[in-house]
Design a protein around this ligand. Structure first.
Ligand SMILES: Cc1ncc(COP(=O)(O)O)c(C=O)c1O
Length: 393
């Protein structure tokens, strides 16, 4: 049976920063995890409360009434999660045709699906076009020509570069047309009479700086003006993902981000369709990730603990500095630990100097709240370790 849970918080925030965090507490009720564990533990699992996904979707829609959320399937492609979001009236954003098939199997109308991966293989494009996908992103002249050669009437949106300042998981660099290259793409679209009809950007995932959205929207509206000048007809503004969730660092509430966005889009005519692509925000708070300590060791005076799920088992986001709250049943004094996963790969080290109870032992369970996004979606069974289970309540 369980002793009351103790929270081993890794980093304490200064008082003033905590005030910035107006995100109301919302997390899966820990009693549900205890209930599940009454049946024993055999491997890592994610337990998801679909009611929380519903609440988060409604809250997002209430804060941004002009903006339709198109859930980023990559955050958590579990069918039950997707079905819940569909029932709540969300559209979807995909990165691959496997994600497209998943949505079509669930009965999502193809018009609701936007293909937002800026680099698509010709084979994937052909498949998506055959299935009736209408909207495709691009960020280069080459991708524009490729899309048009597959589907001459495709509606397309241009992904532009935007600041990722203050985002815990930056996404700038790999994608996003630089300001200097935008005109060449617009000119080519006008020349070949392609329907380049929108602009998008991504402020970086877990973005704690609302001003990134303001800058992105301002840039997008300038691109709209350039498009019009070249005879194009821009009619889609896609403000991407990035809306943050509570872990250890303070975050602005969605309503605070919405104030910035709503002001920036206030003058836009109703003819412009406005969408967003939230992933993390809609699903993260709904879940707990549970794993187990497989062993501990003292190495050169430092304490190490090894979990049965590491960076290959669902915890990869910590490797870019995302800090989770880590809970255990132990109540001992907190001391610094290094934490690693169970595989033989030396990159499978999650964190160093995490303050956790000194009496943690082999067999102890580890509970990590707000982990519905980018955990099981990333997991592989490298080295033969099993994929985590996903339970939806
Ligand atoms: C194109 C695109 N849209 C939306 C998202 C979702 O971002 P987030 O989960 O931070 O909201 C991502 C995440 O990588 C993305 O690549």
């Amino acid at each position: 049976m369980f002793t009351p849970i103790t929270s081993a918080v890794v980093h304490k925030q200064p008082e003033s920063e905590v005030l910035f965090d107006t995100h109301p507490e919302i997390s899966l009720d820990f009693a549900r995890i205890k209930e599940k564990l009454l049946h024993g533990y055999d491997k890592p699992f994610l337990i998801i409360d679909s009611h929380i996904i519903r609440q988060k979707t409604r809250r997002f829609m209430a804060a941004l009434p002009r903006v339709r959320p198109h859930y980023a399937v990559k955050a958590n492609p579990d069918r039950r999660v997707l079905k819940t979001l569909m029932e709540e009236g969300a559209g979807f954003e995909i990165a691959s045709i496997a994600e497209l098939d998943l949505l079509l199997e669930l009965g999502v109308p193809v018009k609701e699906i936007f293909y937002s991966n800026p680099m698509k293989s010709r084979a994937y494009l052909e498949y998506a076009a055959t299935k009736g996908v209408e909207w495709y992103v691009l960020d280069s002249v080459e991708e524009l020509r490729k899309i048009v050669s597959v589907k001459s009437d495709a509606k397309m949106y241009l992904r532009i570069d935007t600041p990722n300042i203050g985002s815990d998981w930056p996404l700038a660099g790999k994608f996003g047309t630089h300001l200097a290259d935008i005109n060449a793409i617009i000119e080519e679209a006008a020349k070949i009479k392609a329907d380049l009809a929108g602009v998008t950007f991504h402020v970086g995932s877990q973005c704690r700086n609302p001003q990134n959205w303001r800058v992105g929207i301002e840039r997008a509206l300038r691109v709209f003006a350039d498009m019009r000048e070249m005879g194009l007809n821009p009619r889609l503004l896609n403000i991407g993902g990035g809306y943050p969730v509570r872990h250890l660092k303070p975050i602005p509430a969605i309503e605070i981000i919405a104030d910035v966005i709503n002001e920036a889009i206030a003058e836009l005519s109703d003819e412009i369709q406005i969408i967003a692509e939230p992933g993390r925000y809609l699903v993260s708070d709904s879940a707990y990730f549970v794993c187990q300590v497989v062993g501990t060791a003292i190495r050169n005076g430092n304490r190490w603990m090894y979990w049965d799920a590491g960076m290959f088992g669902g915890m990869i986001e910590v490797t870019e500095g995302l800090t989770y709250e880590i809970l255990t049943d132990r109540t001992g004094n907190c001391v610094p630990w290094s934490i690693a996963g169970p595989t033989c790969d030396s990159v499978d080290i999650l964190m160093h100097d995490v303050m956790l109870p000194a009496d943690i032992q082999e067999g102890d369970l580890i509970y990590i709240p707000n982990t519905g996004a980018y955990t099981t979606a990333y997991a592989s069974n490298f080295n033969g370790f099993p994929l985590p289970d996903v339970d939806v309540i």
